[in-house]
Design a binder for this molecule. Structure first.
Ligand code: NG6
Ligand code: CA
Length: 528
């Protein structure tokens, strides 16, 4: 649909039904879990783990059954969310080491910069994994750390620089490592050992959780990581406390900014490896660390909801819960997740998992609670994606501005208050506001997904491009990758589990869909 018609439609929806949203800029809280699967929460069918807070959000909001991250791993998925650009358009957006440079150039148009233009105060708390610094001035962890979140539109940041399983194992608040002792400087390397501390490979006897693959370098808090680190002893995190620390930071960001419109991107460490939940969650499920980490994640969601209630912000705040990619059971540590899984299906009825081109790689839980709990309990099968949030939030913020302008007696448009985003800046992000508001069950028509192979969703049809080289099953994670030397075509309406490959018997349909995918790939896009 043409963007203008779409925006007009969105405005109509807005003005007709959401005067409350239009009256004030709603706050936005985006809670993004790490590696949480489609079937990992009870409102999406899990029975061996209970997630009452996420379920409450679904009961008070809209639950999407066909929402996607556009990539099946963390960095490319988050790159798309923040930039509105498909990650495969830009080299270097694969899973990053902890010493990588920032992959979104400062001053580009981003999800937070769009909201900042519209008057929001933006915070990011939790996992970053989009790099910091530049190739010319790589990060010195003992000095000012930039560019990073603050240079691409956030006003406040409290981040885990990469992932929990990668050095440096410290928090960075705005431009500095938290609790760093200047007499114990940090050094990081992903190439060779730095300092004299033993690695997991050298001293497995020192480990409280052993690796199953990789993850055998510097030991922090009894767990060996990816990468080498020395120094920064007083700044190192304790895994058991990560959820408490970042949840408290997220809640205090809300409290500090309660008087003005804010956007909080709360990216939890849960349920990524190493899964080391706080002792009060240990044993809350029969599934060991992975199940207990889901309960911990649900607790974090509950703390956010409680804070919004306490501050009487719930009726003017949009809350979204989703995940950056699909589930994985063994992602590198012997935490007994495999042995204790029981009948739990992390991907629900879907095929594949993290990293996969099959649906479970990217189809994730996605729940939105609207201000005043509009359309509570609705379930939507609209095809939407995290990459749509920049354009959708842009529409949301612009509606608010236009609404204000309309109220002016002379009807003149105040340019300062009418932030314009060049259409080309977020080329792959579509405005799906009507779907998010629950006014239509139609989202986008097509969506390109980056798992082990590239695939396309077009309505309920799915094609996966042939991949002659890739393995069919990942050696490390035992996940079906979706790689196949032959074309694959599935009709998900009848075959959600992608069992019946129609490509050979329906070559015309295959060609048609492949052409759509090629056209999207060949679209002329300026990538900053
Ligand atoms: C893989 C890691 C895995 C995890 C993943 C990133 C190994 C063998 N595997 O390379 O443990 O860290 O990268 O996960 O090192 S993500 O959710 O951040 O994309
Ligand atoms: Ca992830």
């Amino acid at each position: 649909m043409n963007r203008f018609i779409f925006a007009t439609f969105a405005l109509f929806v807005f003005v007709s039904d959401f005067t409350l949203i239009a009256a004030e800029k709603p706050n936005i809280v985006l809670i993004l879990a790490d590696d949480l699967g489609y079937g990992d929460v009870s409102c999406y069918g899990a029975t061996q783990v209970k997630t009452p807070n996420i379920d409450r959000l679904a009961a008070e909001g809209i639950r999407f059954t066909d929402a996607h991250a556009v990539a099946a791993t963390c960095t490319p998925s988050r790159f798309a969310l923040i930039s509105g650009i498909y990650p495969w358009r830009k080299p270097g957006t694969g899973i990053l080491p902890g010493d990588a440079s920032l992959i979104i150039p400062p001053k580009s148009v981003t999800l937070p910069s769009i909201l900042k233009n519209a008057g929001y105060t933006n915070g990011v708390v939790g996992k970053w994994h989009l790099g910091l610094g530049t190739p010319k001035s790589p990060v010195d962890w003992n000095n000012e750390i930039k560019p990073g979140p603050l240079e691409i539109g956030f006003d406040y940041s409290f981040i885990i620089p990469a992932t929990g399983d990668r050095v440096p194992c410290v928090f960075v608040e705005n431009h500095h490592v938290v609790n760093l002792d200047p007499n114990d400087p940090i050094r990081i390397s992903y190439k060779e050992k730095v300092g004299n501390e033993p690695t997991g490979k050298e001293r497995p006897d020192l480990l409280k959780q052993s690796p199953s693959h990789g993850h055998d370098m510097t030991i922090v808090n009894g767990i060996s990581r990816i990468g080498y680190m020395t120094g920064g002893k007083s700044a190192r995190w304790v895994d058991e406390n990560i959820a408490d620390t970042i949840t408290a930071k997220a809640c205090s960001f809300i409290e500090t900014n309660k008087e003005k419109p804010f956007f909080l991107y709360f990216a939890t460490h849960d349920i990524h490896v190493p899964r080391v939940p706080h002792p009060r969650f240990v044993g809350t499920t029969s599934m060991g660390a992975r199940g207990d980490a889901i309960v911990e994640f649900d607790w974090s969601v509950g703390e956010i909801l409680k804070t919004l209630d306490r501050l009487k912000l719930a009726d003017n705040t949009i809350v979204i819960v989703s995940s950056d990619n699909g589930p994985v059971v063994d992602d590198g540590y012997l935490d007994r997740a495999v042995e204790l899984i029981g009948n739990h299906k992390p991907a629900g009825a879907l095929r594949g998992g993290k990293g996969s081109a099959f649906e479970a790689g990217t189809r994730v839980p996605f729940i939105i609670r609207l201000p005043a709990k509009a359309n509570a309990g609705h379930v939507s099968d609209a095809l939407i994606a995290l990459i749509d949030l920049p354009a959708t939030f842009a529409a949301l913020a612009r509606q608010v501005v236009e609404q204000k302008i309309e109220q002016k007696s002379d009807q003149t448009i105040d340019q300062k208050n009418d932030p314009k985003i060049p259409e080309t800046a977020i080329p792959d992000s579509e405005n799906v506001l009507p779907a998010l508001l629950g006014e239509t069950n139609h989202g986008r028509d097509s969506l390109v997904l980056a798992g082990a192979s590239l695939s396309l969703r077009h309505g309920t049809q799915k094609v996966i491009l042939p991949n002659p080289k890739g393995r069919a099953i990942s050696v490390n994670t035992n996940i079906e990758t979706g790689n196949n030397p032959n074309p694959q075509l599935y009709e998900l309406k009848k075959d959600l589990r992608e069992q019946n490959n129609l490509a050979e018997q329906e070559p015309d349909r295959w060609n048609e869909l492949r052409t759509i995918l090629q056209e999207i790939r060949q679209k002329k896009v300026v990538v900053p």
